[in-house]
Design a binder for this molecule. Structure first.
Ligand code: DP6
Length: 361
């Protein structure tokens, strides 16, 4: 597939009023996307677990309008009008208009809600942008009813990427690769693809308990963050390392080697933060409690031999990852020892999920 394949062919269907809803999950990267080129093309490949419980539910209502010169839309979060969300969506519409030429034909009402607190630092852009892209694809499907599920998902992921890179990994599950890399057949910079190789049972129903260490607004926006990789002294090696890590992950996922898995994901998380600490300007996004939690996890692992590992996003929260079969003891430890380091003792229990779902009226 090329970008050209996603341009909607001319059609003659009359404009109609309608309404469509999707729920789409967040995802957590194992090999991180950090650094992008023009048009939301990643500097390196990434892979993520799709989550199950952290999701955005979006309803898109559309009404034909007379003036087709501008985009026209309103956005609501939990029923409250959110004009501060509009600039990001306006940019998204500009980027996708070429592929969805009907965008200026309608006035859109975007009503959205998250299953997690908006300011929790959980990436609502991944679930939010993927949910919106899926709603727009449902409109396209009403124009082109013969499109295949495969094309629908690919184009939804392609559009979601233009809204937020990591959003392209939220359409399907349970393991999604985004970014061209030699070792993964079918991988592309344009959209996320399902991980195509054998995965050991150890990684089925993998658990992700998200410890909300800091719930404030992001200190570094993702756009600013990715830009830090331009002219970064370690960029070239880091981008290469992501390819190598994806290749290593292939044999780990096949064999079920949990120790190597933990080593790889923790190294990825710390490398992401190391990149932020060594860029100009530099940032420390971990908080003292992030480090307390990491040290406690390491001690617990050493003492028990249980497979509790962590990963981080571009923030202070800790994603604790572990296999389902060890969850009883690990969750008990989290509740007894780690939750105290969270802001207001808040945490979210999630696990691997299988992607977005359409909500029927
Ligand atoms: C650290 O997808 O939020 O979570 O493309 O600018 O919207 P934009 O960036 P975004 O970046 C996510 C970065 C990350 C790692 C990852 O999810 O792979």
């Amino acid at each position: 597939m090329t970008e050209h394949d996603f341009i909607l062919k001319p059609y003659t269907i009359a404009k109609q009023t309608g309404k469509v809803s999707w729920e789409s999950p967040s995802n957590i990267a194992l090999v991180k996307y950090w650094g992008k080129k023009k048009d939301q093309i990643p500097e390196n490949p990434s892979i993520s677990f799709t989550l199950n419980n952290c999701k955005t539910i979006t309803t898109l209502s559309y009404t034909p309008k007379e003036n087709v010169d501008d985009f026209s839309f309103e956005v609501y979060l939990d029923g409250i009008k959110k004009d501060d969300f509009k600039p990001k969506i306006e940019v998204f519409f500009q980027r996708v208009e070429k592929y969805l030429p009907f965008l200026k034909d309608y006035h859109f009402k975007i009503e959205t809600q998250n299953s997690f607190p908006h300011s929790s630092g959980i990436a609502s852009s991944a679930s939010g942008m993927s949910a919106l892209a899926l709603c727009l694809m449902s409109i396209e499907k009403s124009i082109q009813p013969q499109m295949t599920v495969e094309f629908f998902n690919q184009k939804a992921s392609f559009l979601a990427r233009l809204g937020s890179g990591s959003a392209c990994r939220s359409i399907e599950g349970d393991l999604i690769v985004w970014g061209k890399t030699e070792s993964i057949v079918g991988s592309t910079d344009l959209y996320g693809v399902k991980y195509p190789y054998l995965v050991h049972d150890n990684f089925k129903q993998y658990q992700d308990t998200i410890l909300l260490v800091d719930k404030g607004e992001k200190q570094v926006s993702s756009t600013v963050g990715h830009n830090l990789m331009h002219d970064h002294p370690f960029a070239k090696n880091r981008f290469q390392q992501a390819h190598t890590n994806l290749e290593s992950l292939k044999s780990i996922l096949k064999s079920g080697d949990l120790d190597s898995f933990i080593e790889l994901i923790e190294s990825e998380a710390l490398t992401l933060h190391a990149m932020m600490m060594t860029s100009i300007p530099y940032f420390i996004l971990m908080k003292p409690n992030t480090l307390e939690i990491i040290n406690k996890i390491w001690k617990f692992r050493k003492a028990t031999g249980l497979h509790m590992g962590f990963t981080l996003d571009a923030g202070a929260n800790v994603h604790v990852l572990y296999p389902k079969k060890e969850s009883e003891k690990i969750l008990e430890f989290i509740q007894n020892e780690l939750v105290a380091y969270c802001k207001n003792e808040e945490y979210i229990c999630d696990e691997i999920g299988f992607g977005a779902e359409k909500i029927n009226d």
